[in-house]
Design a protein. Structure first.
Length: 231
């Protein structure tokens, strides 16, 4: 008499006959001998592993609380059953210790700005550690980085100071460019005095279009020379 087990397309069967490992079974129909055979089903689909929040001290001595998510799948069902007692728990423990170790080697700025680089490092280390268990880690992502309130306020002040500094630099650059243009205009007027008169007439036209009832404007002294008593 035989037992029949049906394995889905994404399932494989690791069968032990009197304690000895048999070749991998599935998918489809698997025939088992009662009492003699024992089967362990293994799911080959990608597994999502949420890494619990970890308390980490960064390289620049900032305490942060970080959690992550890892995506992996079993590529060798026999190793996942034979080489490790509980591959899910073992992978989770490896991910937690690796997360603390790797993030402790980076500063807070690197943790916030170089997330992709750190994710790649985590993925490589965890994948190498779990390879003997027949596991392939495809993605590791750092999800949330919780920073203490005091550090958040300090970072906000730093960011505000940086914005003010940039604004002052941009304003100074604008003043410098404006002074350069004024210098160029002064050189043009010096070489071509008529340019000043043309600019003066243009200014009068612009002022004349104003709705103001009183207008004060400068008058070149040259226009008043005929009326000045030279005696």
């Amino acid at each position: 008499m035989l037992f029949i087990r049906i394995l889905r397309e994404y399932e494989r069967g690791v069968v032990f006959r009197l304690g000895r490992l048999l070749p991998q079974k599935g998918p489809g129909v698997v025939f088992l001998i009662p009492i003699v055979d024992r089967i362990v089903k293994v799911d080959l689909r990608t597994i999502t592993l949420n890494v619990p929040p970890q308390e980490v001290i960064t390289k620049d001595n900032v305490p942060v609380r970080v959690n992550a998510v890892a995506y992996f799948r079993i590529v060798k069902p026999e190793d996942a059953v034979v080489q490790v007692e509980n591959f899910m728990n073992a992978t989770s423990q490896i991910a937690q210790t690796t997360l603390r170790s790797v993030l402790g080697q980076h500063s807070l700025d690197e943790l916030l700005s170089e997330r992709e680089k750190i994710n790649a490092i985590l993925q490589g280390i965890i994948d190498e550690a779990t390879a003997p268990w027949g596991i392939k880690v495809s993605i590791v992502e750092v999800k949330d980085v919780e920073i203490p309130q005091g550090m958040q306020r300090a970072m906000a002040r730093q960011a505000e100071a940086e914005r003010e500094r940039r604004a002052k630099v941009i304003s100074a650059e604008g003043e410098f460019q404006a002074s350069e243009r004024l210098k160029d205009a002064a050189l043009v007027i010096e070489r071509h005095p008529v340019a000043l008169q043309l600019r003066y007439l243009q200014t009068l036209i612009e002022v004349g279009s104003s709705p103001a009832t009183t207008i004060v404007f400068p008058m070149p002294i040259e226009l008043l020379e005929p009326f000045i008593d030279k005696t």
